[in-house]
Design a protein around this ligand. Structure first.
Ligand code: SME
Length: 162
């Protein structure tokens, strides 16, 4: 069941429909935000092809702090406005970065990362954290991935207690 395969861009809508339904099933009946972030990270890392990192940063006292993730150990604290994650918080919008080497201030946790997608978690108008996905392939993520992961973020937020 949990196996990543390469997905053609045209098939991504169907892929995310399936992933959405898997995440809903995985989080059903559980509202603990850490447990749900851990299982969301694991599902994304297992199911999405060509990732080297998938996880959460959570807002704590005005900065992002590392949350549940899959991949290599990562930097723990990211100030708002710093790196791709901090930019997603400051701009309150998803960040799709085709080439992280060309992104000013990118924070390289894993030297293998070449592209990145960061989706903010917004509850009642407040950014409470981000989902961060890294890939070793340039331009791994496109608008279909962004829309798909934004939907997954909504499912995470709906399932999890504040
Ligand atoms: N690259 C991120 C930092 C987090 S790691 O990728 C896990 C950034 O620039 O914010």
């Amino acid at each position: 069941m949990f196996q990543a395969q390469a997905i053609a861009s045209s098939d991504k809508a169907g892929f995310y429909r399936e992933l959405t339904s898997q995440l809903e099933g995985l989080l059903a009946g559980e509202s603990d935000p850490i447990a749900n972030a851990a299982n969301t990270s694991a599902l994304l890392y297992q199911m999405m092809p060509d990732l080297n990192w998938a996880g959460f940063y959570i807002m704590r006292d005005g900065e992002l702090v590392l949350g549940p993730f899959q991949g290599k150990p990562a930097c723990v604290r990211i100030p708002v406005g710093r790196g791709v994650c901090g930019a997603a918080v400051a701009g309150r919008q998803s960040m799709l970065v085709e080439d992280v080497h060309a992104f000013p201030g990118h924070i390289a946790c894993d030297a293998a990362s070449r592209s990145e997608l960061v989706v903010p978690l917004i509850r009642d108008g407040e950014v409470i954290g981000v989902i961060d996905l890294d890939s070793p392939h340039p331009a791994r993520f496109d608008a279909a991935d962004q829309a798909g992961v934004e939907r997954l973020a909504e499912i995470y937020l709906a399932a999890s207690a504040r």
